[in-house]
Design a protein around this ligand. Structure first.
Ligand SMILES: [Zn+2]
Length: 144
C-alpha cells in the first residue's frame, strides 16, 4: 500500500475533515503527493501575481483553517503531462467522493478550452469541497 510522505501528511492534517477522510482513502489506492493545503495571505497574493491563482486572499478555498481545498498530484510528478492527473481524478478521487457522499469539485472540470498543457496544470491538481463558500462560513481565514 502506498504511504504519504511526511510533508504531504502534514498538509493533509490541515485540511477539512471531509478532505482528510477522502484523501486518506485515495492514498491507499494511489501514490500521491499533496502539494498544498492552506495558503496564507502573502502566499496567496504571490500566487495571484505570478498567475498561479486567479484569486486574491480570501477568495480561494485554500485561505482557510481548516483548508477547504487541496492540490494533489500522482507520483511521479510530470509537469509536462496532464494525463496522470485526469486519470487520478476520474478513476479514483471523484468516484470515491461520490461513494463517500463528499461534495467535491475538481479544478480539471473548470473550462480548459484554449489552455496550454502548462496552463492546465494550474487547476488540475485542485480539489475543493463544494460549494466552498458554505464551508468557509464555519472556518477562519488563515493569515499564514
Ligand atoms: Zn488549489
Amino acid at each position: 500500500m502506498p504511504t504519504l510522505d511526511k510533508a504531504s501528511a502534514q498538509r493533509l492534517a490541515k485540511a477539512h475533515p471531509l478532505l482528510r477522510k477522502l484523501f486518506t482513502e485515495v492514498a491507499k489506492r494511489a501514490d500521491i503527493v499533496i502539494l498544498e493545503s492552506q495558503r496564507g495571505r502573502a502566499a496567496q497574493e504571490l500566487a495571484y501575481r505570478t498567475k498561479r491563482s486567479k484569486a486574491r486572499f480570501g477568495q480561494s478555498a485554500h485561505n482557510w483553517t481548516p483548508a477547504i481545498a487541496l492540490d494533489v498530484c500522482p507520483k511521479p510528478i510530470d509537469w509536462k503531462n496532464t494525463k496522470p492527473l485526469v486519470k487520478l481524478a476520474k478513476e479514483i478521487v471523484l468516484p470515491l467522493a461520490k461513494e463517500l457522499n463528499i461534495p467535491l469539485r475538481w479544478g480539471g472540470d473548470w473550462d480548459m478550452d484554449g489552455r496550454t498543457e502548462d496552463e492546465k496544470f494550474v487547476d488540475m491538481p485542485h480539489y475543493e469541497l463544494s460549494p466552498w463558500r458554505n464551508f468557509a462560513k464555519d472556518a477562519a481565514l488563515f493569515e499564514g
